[in-house]
Design a protein around this ligand. Structure first.
Ligand code: DQA
Length: 149
C-alpha cells in the first residue's frame, strides 16, 4: 500500500483554539482523523506528524526518502523564511505538496512569499482543511509518484 506523510509545522497543534476566524474551529486531532479516514477510503496509508521545531520537520523530510510516495507539508510560518526546510524539500526525491489552510495571499504582506514553493511540487492555499485532501489527491495522481520540480 502506498504511504503518504502529512507534516504540520509550528502552531498547528493549536488548531481549533488559534485564531478560529482564520483557521476554523476544528482541531489538529480532527484534521488528522479526517485524513486517516480519507486514506482508508482511497486505499492509501496516511501517516501524520506535527512539530513546532524546524529540525524535527527537516529530519522527517529526510527520513521520508524511500518510505513515502509523497509529503503534504504545511510549514506554518517557516513557509516564509526557512531556507533549511526548503533545502530539505529540494534534497529528497519525494514530492512535496505545500498546503496552507488560510489564503496567505489575502493576509499580511510577509505571508505572500513562500521560500518553500520553488522546491515543492505544488501549492494549495485558502481552502481550509480540504486542501490537505486535495494535496493527497494530487500526489496520488502523479505518475510514478516521485516527479517534482
Ligand atoms: C499557515 C499560514 C502561515 O502564514 C502561518 O504562519 C501558519 C499557518 C496556513 O495554514 O494558513 O502557521 O501555513
Amino acid at each position: 500500500m502506498k504511504r503518504y506523510l502529512v507534516l504540520n509545522g509550528p502552531n498547528l497543534n493549536l488548531l481549533g483554539k488559534r485564531e478560529p476566524g482564520v483557521y476554523g474551529m476544528k482541531t489538529l486531532t480532527e484534521l488528522e482523523r479526517e485524513l486517516l479516514h480519507f486514506g482508508g477510503e482511497s486505499g492509501i496509508e496516511v501517516v501524520c506528524f506535527q512539530s513546532n521545531h524546524e529540525g524535527d520537520l527537516i529530519d522527517a523530510i529526510h527520513e521520508s526518502e524511500d518510505q513515502y510516495e509523497g509529503i503534504v507539508l504545511n510549514p506554518g510560518a517557516f513557509t516564509h523564511y526557512s531556507y533549511a526546510i526548503r533545502d530539505a524539500v529540494a534534497g529528497v526525491s519525494v514530492p512535496v505538496m505545500e498546503v496552507h489552510i488560510s489564503n496567505v495571499y489575502a493576509r499580511e504582506e510577509f505571508r505572500h512569499h513562500s521560500v518553500i514553493a520553488p522546491a515543492a511540487a505544488g501549492q494549495i492555499a485558502g481552502v481550509g482543511f480540504y486542501g490537505y485532501k486535495l494535496a493527497l489527491m494530487a500526489l496520488m495522481n502523479q505518475k510514478g509518484g516521485n516527479e517534482h520540480a
